[in-house]
Each structure stands twice: as C-alpha cells, then as structure tokens.
Design a protein around this ligand. Structure first.
Ligand code: SF4
Length: 346
C-alpha cells in the first residue's frame, strides 16, 4: 500500500506542440470515461488515497470536460486541489461557458505562457494563432474575475522578444485590471527544465550574460514571484560550476516515493512523473502487466532510470554526460535530471 497514489491518464493529448514541453509532443489519443474508470480501478487496491486525473497535458481539452471533472471527483478519495491553475486556451476561445465554469469551481488565477510577441509565441507554441488566443483568453479570464499569471520561457533565441511581453503587460494594464478584481497580477520568466522537447533546446539555453537582457519589468515580477533576491537564484548555476561540484559525487538515490504520481499514456504505458515520459522511465503496460507488477517494479527501482540513479554514482554520470566548460544555466535538480536522462539515453 502507498500513502497516496495520483494517476493521470492522457485521454486526449494536447492541441499544441510546444517547443519547450517537458512532457514531450507525442501523438494525441482519444480515450473514454470507461478507460479512466479502469485505470482508477487498477490502482484502487494499492492506496486509501487515490487521486485521479483525466489529463496530464492539456486540461479540459475534451468536449465532455465537465463530465470528466465530475468523474475524476467520483473516482478520487480526496482531490489535492480544486482545479489546477491551468486551463485550456484552446477551449477558452471556442466555448463561451468554459471560463464561467472555472469560476464556479473557485479558480481565481490561471497561468498562461508567452514567449515574446505574436510570431515568437506562435512559433514556440507550435500553432499559428496561439498568441491571439492567449490574449483573448486573458480578457475572458478578467471578465470572470480570474487573474492571469504570465509565464515566460526564455532561451537565447527569444531574449530579444521579451520586451514585447513587458509591453503587453503594460498596454493591457494587467496590473491595474487584476488589482481591480482583488488579485495581484503575477508574471515570471525562467528557462524551464531540460527534458522532453526542452532538451532539444539545450544548445540555446540561457547563459549568465543573457540575464542582463531580461527587461527590468519582467525581472521585478520574477523576483517577486519566486521570492528570490536575484535572477541567478532563479536560473541556477552554470553547468561548469555544477560539473565541478558533482563530478566526484559518489551518492546514489532512490526515486521511489510513498506518494507517487504516475502518468499513463494513451497506450496505457505507465511512467512516474519525475521527468518526461521516456522509454527509460517506463514501468510497464497497465493492460498487460497490471498495477501489481508495475507498482512492484516501481518500489524495487525497476525502470532503467531508477536502476541508473540507485546503482551508479552521480559523479560517474556527470563525467560521462556533462560538459565541464558549458556556461548554460541549470538549477541543481534540473541538472541532475538532465544528466540522468542523457546517461539513460545513451
Ligand atoms: S507545454 Fe502544455 S500546452 Fe504545450 S504541448 Fe506541452 S502539454 Fe501542451
């Protein structure tokens, strides 16, 4: 038995193909309510605290999103959150009743992601028209007294476009409009992790000198959001410094939690949500193996990624896959995941 199990089924995938997506841009599926019931039933005997979600990429993407929300609640023992502060922009501009419905659930903030101006945001979201839909969604959220929170991913190729985000915040008077509904406006920039699609952007990952090019307005919001004293505290250290710190690190680690979160993809392959669903993280096929075998494999560190992390000293993997002269910035935990994925990918 586990203290808690959270299981998220990728019932429909996502309309976007974001270049930074840590979950990876795999094909969309089309699963049904009975699939979610079967997944919940499989994990049910293994915990007294089961939390079930019908998505792990785009929330509320399916037309029956209200029914699925009710079903998630029915299949779960206790929801950890009322509704994530995430929404489907795709749905928000196609379904006039969607955002009012979020409001009835008590949602007071929602996070939206920009990469710069229209062209850059469309490019990074992987869909023409995405930026226009995000801007329309901001207006619809505010009309329902829900405050937008703007997330901005930064790489070397969109630094020059960040001023467009600062301009947008000011020209749309987001600070004042959020204050008028009683919720402080929030925004932040960061570089994200380095897994899934984002790993393909490793070559253009930010370096220390790039931080000075982030507009002061976005810097201020970022420091406030993270409660950080500097952008360095948000973006982390250079790979060079992390390499030097970790190259002789003989530690190993278990990736087993008593409160695991599992992703189940459209083909019912199960992954821990530690990093992007990848072959080296796979715990098995729920339909063929069953939850018993999958959870035993998880507890025994049976996936290749778990075996590597518990069996191979961290320093060995860093020396094998790290770059001792790289100036790219990582948080420590993101760097360890990046190294583990790179090592397993070999
Ligand atoms: S980052 Fe989110 S919205 Fe973008 S492709 Fe991934 S799951 Fe979809």
């Amino acid at each position: 038995m586990f203290d808690r199990i959270t299981v998220c089924l990728d019932m429909a995938g996502c309309p976007n193909r974001c270049r930074h997506c840590w979950l990876g841009c795999t094909p969309n599926g089309r699963l049904h309510a009975d699939d979610l019931r079967r997944v919940a039933a499989a994990f049910r005997p293994h915990t007294h605290n089961l939390d079930v979600a019908s998505w792990y990429r785009e929330p509320d993407y399916l037309p029956e999103y209200r029914m699925l929300w009710a079903l998630e609640n029915e299949l779960s023992d206790r929801r950890t959150v009322s509704h994530w502060e995430l929404l489907s922009v795709w749905r928000a501009v196609r379904d006039a009743s969607y955002i009012p419905w979020l409001k009835t659930l008590g949602v007071r903030r929602c996070q939206l992601t920009l990469f710069g101006g229209e062209q850059m945001t469309d490019y990074y979201t992987g869909r023409p028209g995405a930026c226009g839909e995000i801007l329309a969604t901001i207006d619809r959220l505010l009309a329902c007294d829900i405050a937008p929170r703007i997330q901005v991913f930064v790489n070397k190729d969109n630094l020059k476009d960040l001023e467009a985000v600062a301009d947008l915040i000011q020209s749309h008077r987001l600070e004042e409009r959020c204050a008028a509904i009683g919720t402080p406006f929030a925004a932040f920039v960061h570089q994200g992790s380095c897994d899934g699609e984002n790993a393909r952007l490793a070559a253009i990952r930010t370096t220390s000198e790039d931080l000075a090019r982030i507009p002061p307005l976005l810097t201020d919001y970022t420091l406030r959001h993270f409660g950080a004293a500097s952008l360095e505290a948000v973006f982390g250290q250079t790979e060079q410094a992390l390499f030097a710190e970790l190259e002789a690190d003989g530690s190993t680690a278990s990736l087993v939690s008593e409160q695991p979160v599992f992703f189940v993809d459209k083909d019912f392959m199960v992954y821990p949500n530690r990093s992007a669903p990848a072959p080296h993280g796979c715990l098995g096929d729920l339909r063929e193996d069953g939850a018993d075998k999958i959870l035993t494999r998880y507890r025994n560190s049976g996936s290749p990624a778990q075996q590597a992390r518990i069996g191979i000293p961290l320093g060995d993997m860093v020396r094998a896959c790290g770059d001792p002269s790289s100036q790219r910035l990582f948080t420590r935990s993101d760097y360890i995941d990046y190294i583990l994925n790179a090592y397993c990918g070999r």
